[in-house]
Design a binder for this molecule. Structure first.
Ligand code: SP5
Ligand code: ZN
Length: 344
């Protein structure tokens, strides 16, 4: 059992898309609500999320995009379609701004892939995932705990200011990080999901105050392809405040901790006083959609290395699709991160 405090709201289970387009065909949606159920079962109890309202979401996301997320499913159905809303045409890296109202145009404008359908409960679940992240942040800022877990689902790190993608709709980690920054904290985000956190990177790309560091599969071979290359380092006053550490398929613990040392050095150099850890367990050797080779015990080692920073850590759940192992992998990470709390 996990004794790190955690936050979750059962309304996050309302999102249950049926299928996604993958390798040219429809396959069952990998980001299932059972992922959250199995993680929740590893905690003796989880705190219900408090409601921090829309403002922290709108500090990160575009108002038009948020309105779209809330209404897309109803519009899709009103257009006579079955199933979940999904786009089929995308503007080439943003054409000129056009005020288009057709649902298909809006799906194209506000998304970048065909893996992120909008289902009946998508808005409700996404809203409460963001509130879980804000609630866990609040527990840290109020001094109740130094380590806190946000059982965010749907995940968030592929979602940018005005787009969804990669099973992500609202960027939970970015929303919490921005809130913490506004409350005066010096924030770094360390993203250790298998996939590059392109949404988080985009949100803070020109930002000198929030450091974004990511260890992920090389985008030359892996999703999301168009972001996460080592030469992406931030822009303007944010130049040098984005650090990408892509690693090849097949990476196991040794290669991983070498990248992690580089990441931790950058976090220290930033003079960070609060770490947001975007944690995806899809680096696991048995993950069905990914290609790293981390084992369950490796997550304890990784958590232990991150703990050497001696910082308050907000852990935000991202991906991980080997559902049966998910609770154990989260437990291993958290036990490494906070052995005292874990033994308590
Ligand atoms: C949060 C996160 O980990 N998002 C990952 C999105 C990856 N999407 C690209 C790979 C899609 C693989 N889909 C497999 C479906 C199996 N039914
Ligand atoms: Zn992932």
């Amino acid at each position: 059992m996990i004794n790190v405090p955690g936050y979750f709201d059962r309304r996050q289970l309302a999102h249950e898309p049926v299928q996604e387009l993958h390798n040219g065909g429809w396959t069952p949606y990998a980001e299932k609500s059972s992922r959250a159920e199995i993680i929740a079962a590893s905690f003796p109890k989880l705190h219900p999320a408090a409601d921090f309202g829309m403002q922290p979401i709108l500090n990160v996301h575009d108002g038009g995009y948020v309105e779209f997320l809330r209404s897309a499913y109803a519009e899709w159905r009103a257009s006579g379609r079955d199933g979940d809303a999904i786009g089929y045409t995308w503007p080439i890296t943003r054409r000129r701004p056009l005020d288009l109202d057709r649902i298909d145009a809006k799906l194209g404008l506000y998304s970048y892939d065909a893996a992120t359908p909008i289902a009946e409960g998508t808005w409700e679940a996404s809203y409460w995932a963001a509130q879980s992240a804000l609630s866990a942040l609040s527990a840290i800022l109020d001094g109740e705990t130094r380590t806190c877990f946000a059982l965010c689902r749907p995940p968030g790190h592929h979602s940018g200011r005005d787009y969804c993608g990669g099973y992500c709709y609202l960027n939970n980690a970015a929303i919490a990080a921005e809130q913490a920054r506004r409350l005066g904290r010096r924030v770094a985000i360390l993203d250790i999901d298998y996939h590059h956190g392109n949404g988080t990177q985009d949100i803070f790309y020109g930002d000198a105050e929030v450091l974004f560091v990511s260890i992920h599969a090389d985008p030359v071979t892996d999703y999301p392809f168009f972001w996460g290359h080592a030469d992406e380092r931030g822009e303007g006053s944010g130049l040098g405040k984005t650090l990408n550490l892509p690693r090849p398929r097949g990476t196991a613990l040794d290669g991983y901790v070498a990248a992690l040392s580089e990441a931790l050095d950058a976090i220290q150099a930033h003079e960070t006083d609060l770490l947001v850890l975007s944690f995806g367990a899809d680096t696991f050797e048995e993950d069905p959609i990914s290609h790293f080779r981390l084992r369950q015990d490796d997550y304890r080692v990784i958590g232990g290395r991150i703990a050497t920073l001696d910082l308050p850590v907000l852990v935000v759940m991202e991906g991980g699709y080997a559902v049966d192992a998910l609770g154990h992998n989260v437990e291993a990470l958290l036990s490494g991160l906070d052995p005292q709390l874990h033994a308590a």
